[in-house]
Design a protein around this ligand. Structure first.
Ligand code: ACM
Length: 633
């Protein structure tokens, strides 16, 4: 009897600890959250009371998430009856911020208050608090008051280098909305593929959306290059794009479409070569418009007839001609009709200006318009497009190269080559989104040891570095800092051809980014993030079928005073995960020793090398991490 009592007590304590830990696990961490005693049990008979159409839409999305987690949905009603448990949704703005919300779980019911977005975010926090214990679905009693630090919280998806299905885009939108991101920047066009149906220019998708073959590996892997011999393509019909826009809007996400100009346009020019910088009727430009490999050798001398299957910046770009402007205005007219958000992204990055140096068409415009050089020509081109967008009630946003040659009067700048461009633009009084390649390029490697990682473009961007990013540079005054609207991670997909790889590069770094975007620098705390929140959110991602990268465990090595041996303590960063390890220098996998608590390591002899801890983390779902190594020095 005593045994049963102690067993029950231990179980209850364990359960209590887990629930308490889980209570703190909302990502992004709310501004304030206090935990009260007790729980509230969510039952299939619970009512969600939602008086407005928008609140009911958010409640329906909550219901879908609840069904996936708990196997049932709640009834949504305009009015709740006096009897029975109720989640009350009160659509009314909390304080000054449109995205703020309050959430309280009391013994009498759940109350969430916020304007449209705030209410949605309150429901997202609520679902993250859910605890499933056998047949019981519980919510801890809490009081939350929450609001974001930044109004722009984004992720950019490149679907040009590799096409991803609408279903996959929607999966990412779902996950983004659960982390309270509010913007998806959709990189729809680039040298390697045009991905949006444009009714007036059918060749954009008939020709521009498909390439015959794609280079394999990194540029330095094979000389000469090896191509896969497989056609790659795909595009979103306008109907599909509209559904995605609506799907995002229901989840409080705005989509910013990007139509690249004047560079990164060789997929367009494969379809409509007459829009380029050379007179194709006179057969001009051939042989002069080659992209170069890393040795400076031409890759292809006739790129006007097909969509290229290799990466890098391509030389074939729009000409500054009335024909090209007309085309772009026609395209943007259709784009604006599909995407109702205020921003249209026009790219503007990495324009090979030397291409225009060799173009008679471009030189003629420079002379006629009395422009100093090709930089000013780019500025002239972009100002023209900005005027068109502004006349149509939209705002232009572009990469930081749009500063070169003079910034268009109302442009917003996306700072990607570090923070310099963002700082300059903010000082000029322009709005800025920070997305520096030093901290927020999610195509970069997640380990310094590239041999343990799947192929990526390069770089090294660990979770901690993402978390450490502060969007407002120290060089800005408080007033200038207000122009920093927020942050965005960029996911370029040259080396990301599959859904799993897309998810591997997004997660867990998107969880860190969610806190960078939601919390002020003073409120962020990496240790609490990795220990109190990350493990539960990763478990949740596993249940949702997301192929996240399983992070390195927190490994603490100390000296045991008594024995002089190393003491090793390992905390995996996925809740409920196991760790298997070796100390004998050989590969660790699930045949290794199961970690059961801190241990002392053997001491090598005086002339011997230190030992290495090798380990893998295995999730409750059975996925193994890469093998990690830690020298025991
Ligand atoms: C960029 O990475 N070229 C914006």
């Amino acid at each position: 009897m005593r045994k049963v009592f102690y067993l029950t007590l231990t179980l209850l304590l364990l359960l209590g600890n887990l629930i308490f830990a889980q209570t703190k696990s909302i990502v992004p961490q709310p501004k304030t959250m206090t935990r009260a005693e007790g729980h509230w049990v969510l039952e299939p008979g619970t009512i969600i009371q939602a008086a407005t159409a928008d609140a009911r839409k958010s409640a329906a999305i909550f219901n879908e998430l609840l069904e996936a987690k708990a196997g049932f949905q709640l009834t949504i009603q305009h009015q709740a009856s006096a009897e029975g448990p109720v989640i009350h949704l009160d659509e009314a703005q909390v304080g000054e911020q449109e995205e703020a919300y309050t959430l309280s779980v009391k013994d009498k019911g759940v109350y969430i208050k916020g304007a449209g977005k705030g209410l949605f975010y309150g429901l997202q926090s609520l679902i993250q608090l859910l605890e499933i214990r056998g047949p019981e679905v519980m919510l801890p009693q809490v009081e939350i008051a929450d609001a974001p630090a930044f109004g722009y919280r984004g992720i950019m998806l490149d679907v040009s280098r590799h096409y991803f299905s609408s279903q996959q885009i929607m999966k990412v939108l779902d996950l983004m909305s659960q982390l309270k991101f509010n913007t998806m920047h959709w990189h729809l066009t680039d040298d390697q593929g045009w991905r949006l149906e444009i009714k007036k220019y059918p060749k954009l998708t008939a020709i521009g959306a498909r390439r015959d073959s794609t280079i394999i590996g990194q540029y330095y892997d094979f000389q000469p290059f090896i191509y896969d011999g497989e056609p790659h393509g795909g595009y979103y019909s306008q109907e599909e794009a509209r559904s995605i826009v609506q799907y995002a809007a229901d989840r409080k996400i705005t989509i910013i479409p990007e139509i690249e100009l004047p560079g990164h346009s060789s997929a367009v020019l494969a379809a409509y070569p007459e829009l380029g910088s050379f007179d194709v009727n006179k057969n001009e430009g051939k042989g002069t418009i080659a992209a170069l490999n890393d040795k400076g050798e031409p890759l292809d001398n006739d790129i006007s007839s097909q969509v290229p299957g290799y990466w890098g910046v391509h030389y074939n770009i729009y000409g500054p001609t009335n024909q090209a402007y007309q085309f772009l205005e026609d395209v943007l007219t259709e784009v604006m009709d599909i995407f109702p958000g205020e921003y249209i992204h026009i790219g503007g990055d990495e324009v090979p200006k030397d291409h225009w140096e060799t173009s008679a068409l471009a030189q003629k415009v420079i002379k006629k318009e009395k422009l100093a050089d090709e930089h000013e020509l780019q500025s002239f081109f972009i100002r023209r497009i900005e005027q068109f967008l502004n006349e149509n009630g939209r705002k232009l946003i572009g990469w930081d190269e749009i500063l070169e040659g003079g910034l268009a009067p109302n442009a917003t700048v996306m700072s990607w080559r570090g923070e310099k461009g963002g700082i300059a633009a903010a000082k000029m009084g322009h709005d800025v989104i920070m997305t520096p390649n030093s901290h927020l390029y999610f195509d970069h490697y997640q380990s310094e040891d590239k041999s343990t990682e799947p192929l990526a473009i390069g770089g090294f961007l660990p979770l901690e570095k993402v978390y450490a990013y502060n969007p407002i540079p120290a060089d800005l005054t408080a007033e200038e800092g207000k122009h920093v609207l927020g942050v965005q991670a960029n996911l370029w997909t040259e080396y990301l051809a599959t859904n799993n790889k897309m998810e591997y590069h997004l997660f867990p770094r998107a969880l860190a980014l969610a806190e960078v975007a939601w919390k002020s620098r003073e409120e962020k705390d990496y240790q609490s993030f990795i220990h109190e929140r990350l493990p539960f959110r990763l478990l949740d991602l596993e249940e949702k079928g997301v192929f996240f990268r399983i992070p390195e465990a927190d490994v603490q090595i100390s000296k045991d005073a008594e024995s002089g041996r190393h003491k090793v303590a390992i905390k995996p960063l996925v809740a409920g995960a196991r760790v298997y390890y070796t100390l004998d220098g050989h590969k660790a996998d699930q045949t290794g020793l199961l970690y059961a608590g801190p241990f002392l390591t053997p001491i090598p002899g005086a002339e011997q090398k230190p030992l290495t801890l090798r380990y893998v983390t295995v999730t409750p779902g059975g996925r193994s991490s890469n093998e990690f190594q830690v020298p025991l020095e």
